[in-house]
Design a protein around this ligand. Structure first.
Ligand code: PLP
Length: 217
């Protein structure tokens, strides 16, 4: 697995203003080091414990993205470590984030996770339930919503494009609303097998794991 080569290939295929986040979950620090040497500064993890361990061990100029389901009892451990939490998926989680960032005197940047395919197996808001989160975030002191994250249902390219388009539409609609504490700056969509389609449909941040580090076992 030539990590440096993989990163160069991916970077060549995307516009300069797109953020490439390297999804390093399950991978050892030595492999993250190779990605760091190739210029990557954005890394993503989906488990709190693993993010905490890597945070301690690894370079301090790294931006850590949290992309997994976040249990409320673990919020206090990562509000000071995550540069961005991509997986804001409930009102309960929003309230806990607000509580902990007030306590720790921090601003916490989040993305609303959308369950665009209404899949039982996935977390995230349905489009029609988004109003309730805007009502709550407008009351917040230190939680900011910076955009949207989506994980689309498995499917072919046409299906992927359909879900990406719908997500981009939601993103644009929210942008027009001008809610307090909400700005639409980041559209986090696309992974190893579908990121090119995601970019064509307006993603400005892609989360790539296997395409950089090789298969996870
Ligand atoms: C694991 C994961 C990715 C990366 O998936 P790959 O197929 O390895 O690129 C992206 N986003 C989320 C939320 C993930 O859990």
């Amino acid at each position: 697995m030539n990590i440096k080569y993989n990163i160069e290939q991916i970077k060549e295929s995307m516009p300069k203003d797109v953020t490439l986040v390297a999804v390093s979950k399950t991978k050892p620090i030595e492999l993250l080091e190779e990605a760091y040497s190739a210029g990557i500064r954005d890394f993503a993890e989906n488990k709190v414990q693993e993010l905490m361990e890597k945070f301690e061990l690894f370079h301090k100029d790294v931006r850590w993205h949290f992309i997994g389901h976040l249990q409320t009892n673990k919020v206090k451990y990562i509000v000071d470590k995550a540069f961005m939490i991509h997986s804001l998926d409930s009102i309960k989680l929003l309230k806990e984030l607000e509580k902990q960032c007030n306590k720790q005197q921090l601003q916490v940047n989040t993305l609303i996770q959308i369950n665009i395919g209404k899949e039982e197996s996935k977390y995230g808001f349905y489009e029609e339930d988004l109003d309730e989160i805007f009502i709550e975030v407008e009351k917040c002191n230190c939680v900011k919503i910076k955009g949207i994250m989506v994980i689309i249902p498995k499917g072919d390219e046409e299906s992927n494009r359909y879900y990406f388009k719908r997500t981009k539409n939601i993103y644009e609609k929210i942008k027009e609303q001008k809610y307090q504490n909400v700005t639409m700056e980041i559209l986090s969509m696309g992974m190893t097998h579908d990121y090119k389609t995601a970019l064509e449909e307006g993603a400005n941040l892609v989360r790539i794991g296997e395409g950089i580090f090789g298969k996870r076992i």
